[in-house]
Every structure is written in C-alpha cells, then in structure tokens.
Design a protein around this ligand. Structure first.
Ligand code: IVH
Length: 672
C-alpha cells in the first residue's frame, strides 16, 4: 500500500520513464532496455493506477489497450484542410513539374527537394493541445474526417504526449497509419482461422482497423505510423521541410528514415527510380515517392490549386498487386520429385510486368488460403521473386471444389507420397523423368552453371528429341545437332556451344549445387566444396566426415553419401571430369584463411563505391563468409543506401551495422 502522495509521484515518474523508452523504441529504433524491463515498469504503473483509480489518465501509457465500443464516429473539422497530391509517373513529367516550379519562383533561385516514401496506408490528422494528444481523425473529404481518437490511442508509435522541447500550444500533425508486412500476414492468418475473409491488402486492412467501433480490436492489430508533416501549427518557425522532419522527430513523432534532401531534380529522379526496385525490401508497402519543395517560403509562394499543392508531387509506380482470374491450377514435378502447384492466370499487369502464371506453394497452403480454380484472385509481385497468389477476392462461384493434389505422378504414374512432417507431395520414383529434366534445367540456370542461351525451352526440346539425359550430354552436344532444330542458324548454334564450353570453368561449388543431391542447396554446396576441395575427396568420405561439415546434419550427410555411392552418379562424375569440368582439388571458391576467418557478414542496400560482387569478394579475400540473411550468427550487417528490412532486423536483434565508410575502413585495416 502506498500513500496517495507517494503514488502520484511514482506514477508521474513511471509515465515519464515509459514514454522515454517508448520513444527510444518506436521513434529512434534504439531501445535502452529490453521488453521484460519495459513490462516491469508498465506492470508497476498499471498496479498503481488500479490501486488509485483517480490517478488514471487518458494520456497514460496504460491507456493504449482500447476503450469500450462506441456507437458511431463523430465528424470533426480539420483545423487545416488535408489536401491531396498530383502525380507524376516518369522522369519526363517530373522534369516538367520542376520547370514549372522554377518558372513560378524566378529562374535564378536555387530549389532543393525532399523525397519521402509514399506510404500506402491511411492518412490521419492528430491534434495536440499543449503537447497532449487531444483528438485524432481520418482524412474524410479533406475538410471533415471522423473522430477515431480512441483507436489512434492504441497505436504505440503515436505519442500520447510529445517529448523534448514543448510544441506550439495547438499543433496538428499529419501522418500515415500502415500495416507492417508481418503484422498484416498475422492478421490474415487469424482471419482465415476464424473463418473470415482475409483482407485484400495492407492498405484496406489499415483503413478497416482504424474504423473499428471497438478500439480493443484496433489495439490487437499492431498498426504503425510514419509522420510527414503538420497542418495547423501557430507560431511554428521552421524554414524547410527537412528541418520540419527533424523537428517532428525531436518531439516524439516517428518520421521515415528514408527521407532524403536533394539539390537537383536529376537526383530526385534517380531516387524515384532506385526505389521502384528496392521497395520490396521494406517491411511496409509504398506506392511511390512524395517529392516536396524543401523551402517553406517557396512552398507558400507556390501555393495550391484546389487543395493540391504546387510544391509537391507524388511519383507513382504501377501497383505491385493486381486482381485477376485464376483460370486453372496445374502441377509440375520438380527436380527433387516435389509436386509444385502453379496458377494459370488471365494475364494482368503487376508493377509494370505482365503476369500470366504464379506460384502456389502446396496443397495445404492453397486450401488454407481457400484458393480455387475460377476464383478472382489477388496476385502479388515482390522484387524479383516469382509472382504469388495471395488469396481470393470474392466468394467462390457455386460448384467449385477445393484443390487436391493428383494421386499419381503426372510423368511416371508412380503413387505420390507425402512424408510425415512435410508439406510437399512428392513422386518417390528416382527414375522419374522429372528428376533428369528438371535437374538439367536447374544445371543450366543462372544460379548454377549460368549457361547463356540454354534456357528451359531449349532443354525441353533437346530432352524430347532424346539428345539430353544427363549434364554430361550437354557437353557432348555439337553445333550440327543444334542446327537440326527449328530456328537455329550457324551463329546462334556456335554461340550456344561456346557458352556451354565456358560453363566448364564454373567452380566446384556450382557443380555440386547443380548435381541435385537431395538437401544440397547453394550454401551446402559451398560448404562441401570448401571442405573437400574435389568430388574425389567427397566420394571417398565417410558419413561422419561429411557430417563434420558446417551446416550438414546427419540426415543430409547420409543422403549425400548415398548419392555418391550410386553407380550412375559415379559414372556421371567421371564423365564430367573427362569432359573438362572443374571437379579437381582447388579451393579458391571457399573463403580462405584470413584475418576475418570465422566472421559472417550480410549486405543490404546499395554501396556507392562498390558493386555487391566487389564488396563480397573483398570480405571473402579476408577469410570472411558472406550470407544472405541476418541472424544471431551474423557478425555485422553492411548497410548501404536504401537499406530495408535486413537493417531493421539487425537493429532488432542487436547485430552490429556498418555503413559504407565503416565497411571500407574495415577492409583497408584488415588487408594484409
Ligand atoms: S504529403 C497535400 N507525404 O498520400 C497533401 N503524403 O495524395 C500532402 N502519403 O493523403 C501530403 N506518404 O495519405 C505526404 N510522405 C508523405 C506521404 C503522404 C503517404 C499519402 C497521404 C496523402 C496522400 C496524398
């Protein structure tokens, strides 16, 4: 039991501490204490407020759990209208806008720009009275929105009270509420489990979550926010948008770290272009880049037309998701015998590319998402990966049935099996043609032997003609044989033979990856090549020795030894050796010994002075390993421009982050 005076004092202290730590965590992305320590402070405050109910305060950190349901949302006027942005879609129209701005301002005046990711969420406006959140509203028609204060209070990135220097007594801030990708995936999983329709995209889900009459539902949804500007702010004296972002951040408003200031429109154009490709690395959706004239004075002079400012533009890309018809579901037997379902779609534009088929993962996943032939579905592209079907948009047409995997292999008619604990159905027949054909397609592909001019189509044709059965056959092909095929003339045939020949130079690790040994992917193949240095050494190794290779467990070691003992595989390796492939005792593909041996690095974003390959080679030359994803075993993350989710992950789990300068210094320091 505490006296009231003590309780008041302690509650004030605890709230200040919790606000400080929330700011470190949500805004600065740099927590000082761990979750458990935060929870202890929180629990103490909650207990205190329960003991002394008169201490409760709507701006207390404990008030974020949601309030009892409201009957409807009140309409509220914004203090200043929320406008919208005119868009540009390419460097040309961007340049025209910049010309118009310069004409209006007077051509000698320097103009600087700020670019910010255009968050694809739901716009909100928050009013702070003497630094405390008083009201929050949706955009509505731009003049009047709906009062969703109770819902906004549940979003942890929204300060209930500002921090740092006091803001103007009446302050209206603007931001975009969004769903982080992982929170969106969790929401949809839950909706499906509850037998409800999944949300079609994070933007709809964010808007829907903000308009829940029961704010306890909003509280469960892990929404986030980026702030990007102010509406009404009497007496606020900042001269530039760039300074405004720092001003907001210093007061506890999360501003996006990917904002940039530019002195030329060419630099703006480069940023817009670079982000189209790298946006997939972010853990939230952006549908473009917002470009703002930096100087607030210039903004005033340029003014707006029908609430659309002349001082800003949205550079918009085509969307990365689209809706289309799923015509049918097909199954392809892969090189490991796995049955891979894929969707044949009515062709649709997604992010500037026509998509006519997409992967579906496995039977379980298809049925969990309740995807059926004949459905209208959402298709999504992310970066370079193959398009995926996210889920159906509409209820099923009557008569459609859930998807079932075929019972027999489509190629060899063997009975399909599904092993305990596995999600994939497989053809168990080692002699099934899928293995041979798909192995060859894999062998010629970019991550393996990278044989230019030898794509899936050509391999299928050669397979059908009986000219190819194993990788060795590929190296015995002649230009004359190719000339027999439709569409081949001398030049093309000679080029294809030359590129097959060049692929003999690929290192041992690629060969091992290409052989399609069960469980040996690119990383495992590298580890095996580094350890054994030749196929001969690997072939004579015991299961125990194979198992001693980093990352190879007992089951995989067993499978590798088994593969090596099969006569047809021994023969294949002999043939490849005679044909001149590099199976020999060389270790240059493996990280050698060096000052960074035992250390593992990951790259993200773009470096200015290095290509990714050069940077990786520099680290490997020093003995380090380079891998693709951040984990507890990562020694450091090298983060260039436009770093995305890997950076967030590294920060989250406390992995050291090197910027380009620190990376260059490391390489220079350690170089022998
Ligand atoms: S500035 C006059 N900055 O895009 C409007 N908007 O069409 C000035 N948005 O309704 C808006 N990210 O919902 C601005 N960094 C950003 C933004 C952003 C997303 C949204 C916002 C607005 C719409 C503009």
């Amino acid at each position: 039991m505490s006296s009231r005076a003590e309780a008041v004092e302690r509650a004030v202290e605890l709230r200040a501490e919790l606000e400080h730590h929330a700011h470190r965590y949500y805004v600065l992305d740099d927590p000082e204490i761990d979750d458990a320590a935060y929870d202890r402070l929180y629990d103490e405050l909650q207990a205190l407020e329960e003991e002394h109910p008169d201490l409760r305060d709507p701006a207390s950190p404990t008030a974020r759990v949601g309030a009892p349901p409201a009957e409807r949302f009140e309409k509220v006027n914004h203090l200043q209208p929320m406008g919208s942005l005119d868009k540009v879609t390419d460097a040309d129209s961007l340049g025209k806008w910049a010309d118009d701005v310069r004409k209006r301002l007077g051509s000698d005046e320097p103009v600087a720009y700020v670019t910010e990711p255009k968050i694809d969420g739901s716009a909100v406006s928050l009013v702070y009275e003497r630094g405390t959140l008083a009201r929050g509203a949706t955009r509505g028609d731009g003049l009047r929105g709906e009062d969703i204060t109770a819902n906004l209070c549940t979003i942890k990135g929204i300060p209930l009270r500002t921090v740092g220097p006091p803001p103007p007594p009446l302050l209206e801030v603007r931001g975009e509420v969004y769903f982080p990708a992982d929170a969106f995936a969790r929401l949809n999983e839950r909706l499906v489990v509850e037998g409800r329709k999944p949300a079609p995209n994070p933007r709809n889900a964010a808007a829907g979550s903000l308009r829940q009459l029961d704010s306890r539902i909003t509280a469960e949804r892990d929404l986030a926010i980026w702030f990007y500007g102010v509406g009404f702010a009497q007496g606020l004296a900042v001269a530039t948008q760039w300074a405004l972002l720092q001003w907001l951040r210093a007061r506890g408003f999360r501003t996006n770290l990917h904002a940039e200031r530019h002195e030329s429109i060419d630099s703006v154009a480069r940023t817009c272009e670079a982000w189209e490709a790298s946006r997939a690395e972010l853990d939230y959706d952006i549908d473009g880049i917002v470009i703002k004239i930096d100087s607030i004075d210039q903004q005033w002079r340029l003014g707006a037309l029908h609430e659309r400012p002349r001082w800003a533009r949205a550079f918009k890309w085509s969307p990365m998701r689209a809706e289309t018809l799923l015509k049918s579901i097909h199954v392809r037997v892969g090189r490991t015998g796995a049955l891979n379902p894929w969707a044949e779609l009515e062709p649709v534009q997604v992010g500037g590319v026509t998509v006519s088929n997409a992967t579906l993962h496995n039977e379980e996943d298809i049925n969990r998402k309740d995807i059926r032939e004949g459905d209208r579905v959402i298709v999504q592209r992310a970066g370079d990966v193959i398009p995926q079907v996210v889920g159906p948009v509409l209820p099923h047409r009557s008569g459609t049935t859930p998807f079932r995997m075929p019972k027999r292999c489509l190629l060899c008619d063997a009975t399909v099996v599904k092993l305990e604990g596995e999600v994939m159905h497989r053809c168990p027949n080692q002699a099934c043609s899928s293995r041979g054909l798909e192995t060859l397609i894999h062998w010629a592909g970019q991550p393996v032997m990278d044989i230019e001019g030898v794509g899936e189509q050509l391999i299928r044709r050669l397979w059908d003609l009986g000219l190819l059965r194993t990788a060795a056959d590929l190296y015995r092909l002649t230009a004359d044989q190719l000339l027999e095929l439709d569409g081949f003339q001398e030049r093309l045939a000679a080029n294809v033979i030359a590129s097959i020949e060049r692929s003999k130079e690929r290192p041992l690790s690629r060969v091992l990856f290409g052989l399609n040994i069960a469980g040996v992917g690119a990383v495992g193949a590298q580890a095996l090549a580094a350890h054994f240095g030749s196929t001969a050494e690997l072939q004579s190794a015991s299961v125990e020795e194979i198992q001693s290779v980093a990352g190879i467990g007992p089951e995989r070691a067993e499978a590798i030894a088994e593969w090596c003992s099969q006569p047809e595989n021994r023969e294949l390796l002999d043939e490849l050796g005679h044909l001149g492939l590099r199976l020999g005792a060389e270790r240059e593909d493996s990280p050698g010994e060096g000052p960074l041996s035992g250390r593992t690095y990951v790259f993200t974003g773009m470096l200015e002075a290095w290509t990714r390959e050069e940077a990786q080679a520099a680290l490997e030359a020093l003995g380090a390993r380079v891998t693709g994803s951040v984990s507890g075993k990562t020694s450091a993350l090298v983060a260039g421009e436009n770093a995305g989710s890997k950076l967030a992950k590294a920060r989250e789990i406390g992995v050291e982050v090197l910027d380009e300068a620190a990376f260059a210094a490391l390489v220079a320091r350690e170089r022998p």
